[in-house]
Design a protein around this ligand. Sequence first.
Ligand code: SF4
Ligand code: SF4
Length: 184
Amino acid sequence: MKLTNRSKVVSNKEMTLAEKIYLPAVFKGMGITLKHAVRNIVKGPPIYPYPEVDKPRAEIWRGQHVLKRDEEGRERCTACGLCAVACPAEAITMVAAERTKEEKHLYREEKYAESYEINMLRCIFCGMCEEACPKSAIYLTDRLVDVETNRGSFIYGKDKLVEKINERIDITPRQSDKQKNAVK
Ligand code: SF4
Ligand code: SF4
């Protein structure tokens, strides 16, 4: 589904002579390889026996998203669509629905996301969606997106995105002061 008109067609500009013969780019690539090879010989390669030992990730690492629940276990997302509009990769789609009286314990707001999908192949993990969310409902986490063997499996729905009720994910280290104050 196309949500915005911000995508642009990139023109194919004429390649320069250096680009046409590829050699400068090849030598540049070999230079980078050589630099790393020398560093590894001198310092020893940084080896992690994954999956037993995970490579340490930076605090600002942005991995797989989570759709948060509130302290009562209700889904925070109100399907306002701001994350989808903010997403530069147009990776987010959703369908909104009205909450019924019987569903008050499931959804925090009167409107909720009946379906919510992120195309992980499109996502560039920029974090704009969490910046845009007025309900502190979506955050990127330090989790890795699973390896898949077909493209369709990278479309993550609510089953993969919504926080499990008994496996809460602490996102407070990621929250800005503004976001912390916004959470009610
Ligand atoms: S992290 Fe960026 S690219 Fe990925 S879904 Fe959020 S806004 Fe879109
Ligand atoms: S995650 Fe946040 S911004 Fe996105 S639809 Fe839900 S409430 Fe709106």
